[in-house]
Design a protein around this ligand. Sequence first.
Ligand SMILES: [Zn+2]
Length: 244
Amino acid sequence: MNFYFFDSLNNLLDIFYPQACVVCGKYEKNHSEWICQKCARRIIKYKKEKYDEAIVPIIYEKSYSGMQVKKYFDGLLFMYEYKSIIRKIILNYKFRDSSYISHFFVSEILNSKKFNEILTRYDIIISVPIDKMSERVRGYNQTAIILKKLNKIINSEKAGIKISTDNLIKIKKTQRQSLLTGIEREKNVKDAFNLVRPKEIIGKNIIVFDDIYTTGSTINEISKLLKSNGARKVLAFTLAKDWS
Ligand SMILES: [Zn+2]
């Protein structure tokens, strides 16, 4: 995959920004971005672009249920620390009808040499599905929209990585993970997902793309499904990691 020279990204996507900064709400004359310059400068502080193969998630990290839960994914890659301004941006993106923020994350992925290098080692990137109801209310799935835009820009076939937003589906209504404790999160997502075309993932190295990594319960449940259907390696890739 070779997709990090995109100076004219804005021209490739149809973007309409609001009149004020989504973080601080400040209105700037001739505003042409979704974030003001002052807020934009603060983003860098939380940028991590960290790849961790030795990540010890879920139960090993915090003993929620007292039981050892097997880890089914092989590594974690994330862009930011989930705090301060990044937390604000992601919450805005998820809950405030701000789908244009996806453009920011798309360009962050495209312009990162590190992401490019890591992503080339995988065959498929899949997005974590959300409830049909949540998608109707929000109007978009925040992770699928990023992958769809990526797909629009890179020629995924040529790049050697398949972008998939419709193979993994959600088959159980779940509560918002952020409202639950660790053990409740595990129960909440148990058997919540399925594959439409399981044969597609046999022997493949797969990236599961989600917004926030907290306890790893969602990623782990999906990885379990992928591995039991013959996936070789699974990498969790998220916008941010939450340590709280
Ligand atoms: Zn601002």
